[in-house]
Design a protein around this ligand. Structure first.
Ligand code: CP3
Length: 338
């Protein structure tokens, strides 16, 4: 394989790499003072709709840390808002939905996503591709279960109780909701693929709330419809938190790379999803400890990652806002020199 191929793509395919590629979930955001300065007077969702800002915020961690991949600055609720759902992102809380979805009539109100309604995302990707050279650009979306959890609860929740009540109590409504969300998500990802992203990541952050049997019954068919419906040969990464028991099922959704949180060592995860590359999985809280601890844990993750088909170094979940950005830069340097 031609050695100008971006490292992230080579690791995703399980090809030899000089060092593991590294990027961080939520690398663009509140751990960076330059991000906070840009966002001082502008709402989260408004900033996502401005291609110039999306481009700048996406590039900030690339310039600062020298990561091997940029993740498009956006949010999982962006395509829902573009499809006409009344919601906002409230600082310190997360997504808040004006009229939670609870009945079949509510589901029937959900419209399809017109690709033109997310034209600002395609435009931002065009700006980014002109700036990025060897750095891969990752597009992303939220998976049907995680999106449904926000729509049904009306906002973030601890136990996803209303979501599960709908899933168990009204499976016809549940499946109709997830089918509508799968359609929106597939369209949103296809817009990003057509605009030229190098890889996509489907976040099913909260899927770990389910048993494997329920995941297979209520969620997997919809995630598979999203990923199986994407036209284009790009690596597909699938990630959730607390998914140790779900890794084999998630790997059946049509993915090349499985994201793993910090609870499952990568060598153990590798045994559960043979033939798939892995992404992860340093505990984001480790970055709040002294550098010696970060280095030791990062070396452990790298060593365990050698057991996988391919390994993309990342955290086990997003960068915490209180993280010292210099820790991230040092960590990138360590990964690149190992
Ligand atoms: O750097 C990157 O990773 C790209 C940007 C990105 C954001 N959201 C920006 C954001 C990505 C990949 C997401 C995905 C996302 N959004 C997920 C899946 C990833 C995960 O963390 O599990 C989820 C569940 C959401 C929903 C959401 N949006 C939450 C829970 C929050 C946090 C609320 C808070 O303030 O604690 C948001 C808001 C959000 N999305 C922010 C950013 C930078 C913070 C907004 C701000 O700066 O005011």
């Amino acid at each position: 394989m031609d050695d100008t191929t971006k490292l992230l793509l080579r690791a995703a395919r399980g090809e030899a790499v000089p060092h593991a590629p590294v990027w961080f979930m939520r690398q663009a955001g509140r751990s960076l003072p330059e991000y906070r300065a840009l966002r001082a007077d502008i709402g989260m969702l408004e900033s996502c709709r401005r291609p110039d800002l999306v481009c700048e915020i996406t590039l900030q961690p690339v310039r600062r840390h020298g990561v091997d991949a940029a993740i498009l600055f956006s949010d999982i609720v962006v395509p829902l808002q573009a499809a006409g759902i009344d919601l906002d992102i409230v600082a310190g809380t997360g997504p808040v939905v004006a009229n939670p979805v609870r009945t079949m009539a509510d589901v029937e109100e959900i419209r399809e996503l017109d690709p033109a309604a997310v034209g600002f995302v395609a435009e931002a990707i065009r700006l980014l591709l002109a700036e990025l050279d060897r750095t891969a650009l990752i597009g992303f979306a939220g998976a049907p279960f995680t999106l449904a959890s926000y729509l049904v609860e009306g906002g973030p929740s601890r136990h996803h109780a209303k979501t599960k009540a709908l899933m168990y109590g009204a499976p016809d409504v549940w499946h109709a909701l997830c089918a509508a969300l799968a359609d929106i998500t597939r369209t949103f990802l296809q817009v990003q693929v057509d605009a030229g992203v190098d890889a996509i990541q489907l976040f099913d952050s909260w899927a770990g709330a389910l048993s494997e049997a329920d995941y297979r019954r209520y969620v997997l068919p919809h995630s598979r419809a999203v990923l199986g419906g994407i036209v284009g040969k790009i690596p597909k990464i699938h990630f959730g938190v607390g998914t140790a028991e779900l890794l084999p099922a998630m790997s059946e959704a049509g993915v090349d790379v499985i994201g793993v949180d910090w609870r499952t060592p990568l060598d153990v995860a590798a045994g559960r999803v043979p033939g798939k590359s892995l992404q992860g999985n340093l505990d984001p809280c480790v970055l709040l400890a002294p550098w010696e601890v970060v280095e030791q844990e990062a070396r452990r993750v790298l060593a365990e990652g050698t057991k996988a088909h391919g390994h993309i170094f990342n955290l086990g979940h997003g960068v915490l806002p209180e993280t010292d950005p210099d820790m991230l830069t040092r960590l990138v340097d360590l990964i690149h020199s190992t």
